[in-house]
Design a protein around this ligand. Structure first.
Ligand code: PRX
Length: 655
């Protein structure tokens, strides 16, 4: 990549990008009146979307907001999510339509098994069978099922099978450690875990089942483990507890009628990081969530029948839940699901996939875009990407340079980019362009979607018209999290107490510009966003201090060109422990074991004490300034001003 001077990029980002006229003409939404109509009556706007779903019993009331922040959407209605994602398409004669083009990482070596065309009929059959397997294992309505899986069609089947019988899934991202899986299973009291023997990563099987085996032994409530044989590694199977997916599904009853679920029954749990060491179990419910993801998937991606849509996220994050599984399947879309690494066997793998399946919509994260940009233009340049007509971004602010590269090198300067802002808690997209309507500005997620209302508040809680402040959402929306699993008070305190229970505190700082566009500035809490993955400083700190050599640790996020933010750790070793590269490596491994590789500090600095006020509070702001190489000003009020020099020296040494 040639480094353009930042000034050029700044000037260039004053450029705006109206929807190309041909795109706008053909778009599902090209009448600006949609915003006004939705704002005039948000409930009937959302009801219109809900009515497009198949209901077992129609809802009586659109929204019950009589006891904020406890929203109830579509009360009185009964519905089943899997029936909406599968049965209705099959019943409409679309059973042979492809739901997923699944591509194995080793597709070229694996023969017919390496590239599968997963139809809606196949998904329905497997879902019913696996739902019956779960029932046979004693799983009933409201029971929690853990899912710890690679990017396989079986992961989607497992999720849909839960929804079929009213079980609540709790998916843990496949890159998390055994400790994290154990913690999430323990707190949610999962009865069954669905996993795979191993996942393929850059050509090698990385164990999953055997990696978590010893953790599973410590979970008394966990009765069964179902194992998909992905890599043929033959992990040890515990008699009476563990069973093989293929054998169980093959012999299962192929008919499992969908369970009529109340609109507000829980659909799934998904743990995400907050500002404490303990992850939050976000609870999403049935009908509101399904309505929100169906509507936003269709509107934001301008979804048409002949689109081939590719959301390149992992199923283990909320993006995978909402925009690989539920939104696209409810809309009857044809998607791509790719199992492996973007640079295997070569750095053009994604572009080969786009070309092979003639992908028309690509949805990914800025961190991936920045990697591709670094690898060089030659990789996308090798392939015909002319099938693409729309690009999406999610997970963190996209810097204008990456936006422009994505637009030009991937989108051939012809595809609109939808920069979609949302969170695990919001369930679906909240702030985003509509590609046939919105003139985009690189780096801005633009404006709230129809039916969504946001505001920015200043330090005196006053509404900001132009300028920066704290982002809040001022109207309930159907996909909103309903509570935190088994922590209802924490839900209210974290999101709703600050501004009076009917206003949702997002946790992001943002700015309205003079055209009414929203620019997300970053988090206002102790959440770090590494490659679009959310981590809390305290989670990483508690992992560090659980190492026997560590007396104290503080962690901060610093800006990073590749990963958005990166973790810097400041560590005080215990007396008599020698610091240095060996301890750094050991601590990185320890954090990988406790949380997962993504939480490993990029850099670790050691000091005999951390900078503290005289009352003993760690001065994080000062640590941030040290890491950023800023002038520290007067540090004489610190308990031990000398530590600052030592830490600054370490930061500067390796820069
Ligand atoms: O800070 C915002 C950032 O990611 C946070 C939500 O993280 P998570 O719950 O893991 O969900 C990620 C996928 C939806 C937000 O509070 N974020 C997400 N999307 C954007 C973003 N920041 C700026 N622009 C975005 N498009």
């Amino acid at each position: 990549m040639t480094q353009e001077p930042e000034l050029d990029v700044l000037l260039e980002t004053e450029r705006t990008f109206p929807p190309p006229p041909a795109f706008a003409d053909a778009a599902l939404y090209n009448d600006p009146g949609v915003y006004e109509r939705a704002a005039a009556d948000p409930e009937s706007w959302w009801a219109g979307w809900a009515e497009e779903l198949d209901w077992i019993e129609p809802f009586e009331q659109v929204l019950d907001w009589s006891d904020p922040p406890h929203a109830k959407w579509f009360t009185g209605g009964r519905i089943n999510v899997s029936a909406n994602c599968l049965d209705r398409h099959v019943e409409a004669g679309n059973g042979q339509r492809i739901a997923f083009y699944w591509e194995a990482e080793d597709a070229d070596q694996a023969g017919p098994e390496g590239r599968k065309e997963i139809t809606y009929a196949w998904l329905l059959d497997q879902t019913q069978r696996f739902a019956n397997v779960l029932r046979g294992l004693g799983v009933g309505k409201g029971d929690v099922v853990g899912i710890f899986m690679p990017m396989l069609p079986e992961a989607a089947v497992a999720m849909l099978a839960c929804t079929r019988i009213g079980a609540v899934h709790n998916v843990v991202f496949g890159g998390f450690s055994a400790e994290s899986v154990k913690e999430r299973m323990e707190v949610s009291e999962a009865k069954v875990l669905v996993t795979a023997d191993a996942t393929l990563r850059r050509g090698n099987p990385v164990p999953m089942k055997s990696q978590i085996d010893s953790a599973l032994d410590e979970l008394p409530v966990m009765k069964h483990v179902v194992v998909v044989d992905r890599c043929g590694t033959g992990p040890p199977m515990k008699e009476g507890r563990d069973l093989d997916w293929a054998g169980a599904v093959a012999t299962a009853d192929p008919v499992c009628p969908p369970e009529p679920m109340d609109a507000e029954d829980p659909l799934y749990l998904l743990y995400t990081s907050g500002s404490t060491a303990k992850p939050k179990g976000i609870v999403h419910t049935t009908a509101g969530y399904l309505t929100h993801v169906t509507a936003t998937h269709r509107m934001v991606f301008d979804l048409k029948d002949d689109d081939v849509y590719w959301c390149a996220a992992d199923i283990g994050w909320v993006t995978g839940h909402s925009y690989i599984v539920y939104g696209p399947l409810a809309n009857g879309a044809t998607s791509i699901m790719y199992e492996g690494a973007p640079d295997y066997p070569e750095k053009d793998r994604w572009w080969e996939i786009v070309e092979r399946y003639r992908a028309s919509i690509l949805y990914t994260a800025p961190t991936a875009i920045r990697s591709f940009m670094k690898w060089g233009d030659e990789y996308p340049g090798r392939h015909d990407l002319s099938s693409l007509r729309l690009l999406g971004s999610v997970g963190e602010p996209i810097n204008p340079r990456a936006w422009l590269w994505y637009h030009e090198k991937i989108g051939g300067s012809r595809c609109p980019i939808v920069d979609t802002w949302w969170q695990t808690e919001t369930g679906g997209i909240m702030i985003s362009p509509l590609p046939g309507l919105t003139t985009t500005k690189p780096g801005s997620a633009t404006v709230p979607l129809p039916g969504i209302e946001a505001a920015i508040l200043d330090s005196e809680d006053k509404v900001v018209k132009v300028g920066a402040g704290t982002l809040v959402l001022t109207k309930p929306w159907p996909g909103m999290a309903r509570t935190l699993y088994r922590e209802p008070d924490r839900f209210v305190e974290t999101y709703w107490d600050r501004y009076g229970r009917d206003t949702y505190l997002v946790g992001d700082a943002a700015r309205w510009d003079e055209d009414g566009y929203i620019w997300i500035v970053g988090r206002i809490d102790d959440v770090i966003n590494v490659s679009g993955h959310r981590l809390s400083t305290m989670e990483v700190e508690s992992a560090l201090v659980s190492h026997p050599s560590v007396a104290e640790a503080a962690v901060i996020g610093v800006n990073d060109e590749d990963t958005g933010q990166a973790i810097v750790a400041f560590v005080t070793p215990r007396d008599g422990v020698e610091d240095g590269p060996e301890l750094t490596a050991e601590l990185r491994q320890h954090v990988a074991d406790r949380i997962g590789k993504l939480a490993r500090p990029r850099k670790t600095c050691f000091a005999s004490d951390l900078p503290k006020t005289r009352s003993g509070k760690i001065m994080r702001r000062l640590l941030r300034d040290i890491a950023a190489g800023k002038d520290l000003g007067d540090v004489s009020t610190l308990r031990d001003p000398g530590v600052v020099d030592s830490l600054s020296e370490q930061i500067n040494r390796d820069q």
